[in-house]
Write a protein that binds this ligand. Structure first.
Ligand code: OAD
Length: 249
């Protein structure tokens, strides 16, 4: 493992552009549950019921109860050493972009400045009437919140299954992985597309791919360097080694 950590620090030392592609695992050590538990449910719910436009149409109360519970969870959690190590990378590498599938906002709280939230944000609402997207922070929204503008029905500004990713955010993610020297894939099972397609795109554009995960995943076939262990432990180790390399130059 020491060798792999050194290899990761070395490729980062020679990189000018780095992209972090993150998933639920990076927030697991903060106490945010990951998605793919062995029972196939999301905290007791079928994905179809709480993360599709049809589910919302059928039962908006249930969907809001689910997302209000997740907002509540995020109110009580903090970034972990993995998030902080990613933010710290900005001091050591020319350009760092975080393309995250997470909706918990913890990369931003940790201090990362360029964060592409591919699947939206738990903090945001979108009005089905006037279309306005608002950052409501983590304020308590109640069981079926209405738009302060037009009194229309609000939905969480989350990308659900069968929906498209926000176009500008997705284009920015594609551009950044195409241009990067190193892609760090952290805490994702890499099974949800199009987001997971960023990995093969980076690889085919010549990036070195580093995977940080508890176990090998669908991303592992593209991986040049595998760091298998908790991201809250692995990422600070890599960043510490990189800091040592930079200070000895
Ligand atoms: P998953 O729940 O599919 O995968 C979590 C990954 O994190 C797994 O590969 C775990 O092995 C890994 N993991 C868990 N704890 C870890 C730790 N401490 N350190 C490192 N790795 C750890 O979550 P995602 O891949 O993020 O989409 O799921 C992708 C998308 O599926 C989500 O964004 C969500 C869901 O559908 C939407 O909500 C649209």
């Amino acid at each position: 493992m020491d060798d792999e950590l050194d290899r990761a620090a070395n490729v980062l030392d020679n990189a000018t552009q780095v992209v972090i592609f993150s998933g639920a695992g990076v927030s697991a050590e903060s106490g945010v549950p990951t998605f793919r538990a062995s029972d196939g449910l999301w905290e007791g719910h079928h994905i179809e019921d709480v993360a599709t436009p049809d589910g919302f149409e059928r039962d908006p109360d249930l969907v809001w109860a689910f997302y209000n519970a997740r907002r509540d969870n995020v109110r009580s959690v903090k970034p972990n050493p993995g998030h902080f190590a990613i933010a710290e990378l900005e001091k050591l590498v020319g350009r760092v972009t975080v393309a995250t599938q997470n909706v918990d906002g913890l990369h931003l709280v940790a201090g990362s400045t360029t964060v592409l939230e591919l699947h939206g944000s738990l903090r945001e609402t979108r009005c089905l009437g006037c279309g306005v997207i608002r950052n409501r922070g983590l304020e308590v929204l109640g069981p079926k919140p209405l738009c302060p503008n037009c009194n229309g029905q609000l939905r969480p500004n989350i990308v659900w299954f069968r929906e498209s990713l926000p176009r500008k955010t997705w284009t920015a993610a594609e551009d950044s992985v195409t241009a990067c020297d190193v892609l760090i894939v952290v805490g994702t099972s890499a099974v949800v597309y199009p987001a997971a397609g960023l990995i093969s795109l980076a690889k085919s554009a010549g990036a070195t791919v580093v995977e940080v995960n508890l176990t090998p995943t669908n991303a592992s076939g593209y991986t040049d360097i595998g760091l298998y262990g908790p991201s809250g432990m692995m990422l600070p180790k890599v960043v510490e080694r990189l800091r040592q390399l930079k200070s000895s130059e």
